[in-house]
Design a protein around this ligand. Structure first.
Ligand code: 5GP
Ligand code: MN
Length: 334
C-alpha cells in the first residue's frame, strides 16, 4: 500500500464505522488470529466490528480472545447478511479471491462498500479498493502488525491483540521454522512476549490439546501413508468411513500432511480427505525446496496457496483422485 492509500485509510478509520471482517472458509490459526486481532483493534478505535467466518472454525482455536463473538455465516445467514448489507467497510484477511469464502462469494461480489485485503497468497484478485498483498510474508498476522504500524496505531497493540497475532505467526510459520521466518518476525514476537503474550501456554493450547479420537485417526493416517520414493513423494488418503470411525471433528486432520515431509528424502507430500457431505475430496499439498505446490494445486486440483503449502479439491471419487495424482506424480521432475 502506498502513502496515499494509507492516508485514505487513516481518514476512513478516523470516525466510527460498521466494519465486517472476514477470514477464508475453514479458517486456520492465521485467518482467525488476523481477523480477531483486527477486531480488538477496531473496537479500541470505537468502531462496530464483527468477524464473520464463512463456516465453523476448529475447536482448537476456541480459546482465542473474542472467538465467542465470531458469527458463522452458514449457521446464521440472516443476521450475517444484514451485517454485511449495513456495513461501511469490509476487511478480507488471509485470502485473496472471494471464492475462498465459499457460498458467500455471490453475496460479496454484489457489495459496493470498500474492501480492504491484507493477504500473503499468490495472484490476488482485484476485488479490493485497498490491497496489501505480499507473498514475502510468512503470515497475514505479521502483515497486520505492519499495517497497524503504518496507520500509526502501534501503541494500541495490547496483550489481547498480540495474543491473536502471535497465534497466526506461530501456526503459519510451523513454529518459526518455515523459510519466510525472518529476524523481523522474531523481533515482532519479542515485542509480543514483552506485552505479556503467553508464549509457552499458546503452543500447548494449539498443539497439545488433542482428543483420544484425533490421535487414533492420526495413527490410521500414518498407516495409510504411501511413499513413491523415486519421485520423493508421500501421500495419505482418509475415507469418510475412517473419519466416522474416529468421530471426526473439524480440525482433527490439521497438520497430518506434514508427517509425509518428515520422512528423510521426501520433498512432496499430500493428503486426500473424503468429505461425502460436501461431495468433495479435500486435498493439502506440502513441499520442501523448489517444487511449487501452488502451481500444482492450481493446475490440477482447482486450488492454490503458496509455493510450499497449498490446497485444492476434487469432485471425483477418492480412488480416482488418487489415480490422477499418481499419474501426475509420475510425470513430474523433483
Ligand atoms: P491447507 O492445506 O492447510 O488447507 O492450506 C494450505 C494453504 O493453501 C493455505 O495457505 C490455504 O489458504 C491454501 N489453500 C488451501 N485450499 C485452497 C483452495 O482450495 N484454493 C486456494 N486458492 N488456496 C487454498
Ligand atoms: Mn496465512
Amino acid at each position: 500500500m502506498n502513502d496515499k492509500e494509507i492516508k485514505e485509510l487513516v481518514a476512513l478509520l478516523s470516525a466510527p464505522k460498521k466494519v465486517v471482517i472476514l477470514p477464508h472458509r475453514s479458517p486456520d490459526g492465521d485467518a482467525m488470529g488476523s481477523t480477531l486481532g483486527l477486531y480488538h483493534l477496531l473496537l479500541k478505535l470505537n468502531h462496530e466490528a464483527t468477524v464473520i467466518s464463512p463456516n465453523d472454525f476448529p475447536s482448537f482455536l476456541e480459546w482465542m480472545p473474542g472467538s465467542e463473538n465470531v458469527l458463522v455465516y452458514e449457521n446464521d445467514r440472516e443476521t450475517t447478511r444484514k451485517l454485511i448489507a449495513e456495513s461501511d467497510l469490509i476487511f478480507t484477511l488471509d485470502f485473496n479471491a472471494l471464492h475462498r469464502t465459499g457460498e458467500m462469494e455471490t453475496l460479496l461480489s454484489k457489495v459496493t462498500v470498500p474492501f480492504i485485503m491484507i493477504d500473503h497468497h499468490q495472484s490476488p484478485d482485484d476485488y479490493a479498493t485497498y490491497t496489501f498483498s505480499d507473498t514475502s510474508y510468512g503470515s497475514t498476522c505479521e502483515m497486520l502488525y505492519e499495517f497497524i504500524v503504518q496507520i500509526g496505531k502501534k501503541s494500541l497493540i495490547d496483550k489481547t491483540i498480540a495474543t491473536c497475532l502471535y497465534t497466526g505467526i506461530l501456526t503459519d510459520s510451523g513454529g518459526f521454522k518455515f523459510p519466510k521466518t525472518t529476524g523481523n518476525t522474531h523481533r515482532i514476537v519479542a515485542e509480543f512476549i514483552e506485552l505479556g503474550v503467553e508464549n509457552t501456554l499458546i503452543p500447548t493450547l494449539l498443539f497439545d490439546n488433542s482428543s483420544y479420537n484425533r490421535l487414533q485417526l492420526l495413527g490410521r493416517a500414518l498407516q495409510n501413508l504411501k511413499v513413491i520414493s523415486d519421485k520423493k513423494t508421500a501421500y495419505i488418503a482418509l475415507s469418510q468411513n475412517e473419519l466416522n470411525e474416529f468421530n471426526y471433528e473439524k480440525g482433527d486432520t490439521e497438520g497430518i500432511v506434514n508427517y509425509g515431509l518428515s520422512i528423510k528424502g521426501i520433498h512432496f507430500a499430500a493428503i486426500f480427505i473424503e468429505h461425502t457431505d460436501e461431495n468433495i475430496i479435500k486435498i493439502s499439498f506440502r513441499s520442501q525446496g523448489d517444487f511449487d505446490v501452488n502451481q500444482f494445486a492450481r493446475t490440477h486440483f482447482n486450488g492454490g496457496g503458496h509455493m510450499n503449502a497449498a490446497g485444492g479439491k476434487s469432485n471425483e471419487s477418492l480412488e480416482k483422485t488418487i489415480e490422477k495424482f499418481k499419474q501426475l506424480v509420475s510425470e513430474i521432475s523433483i
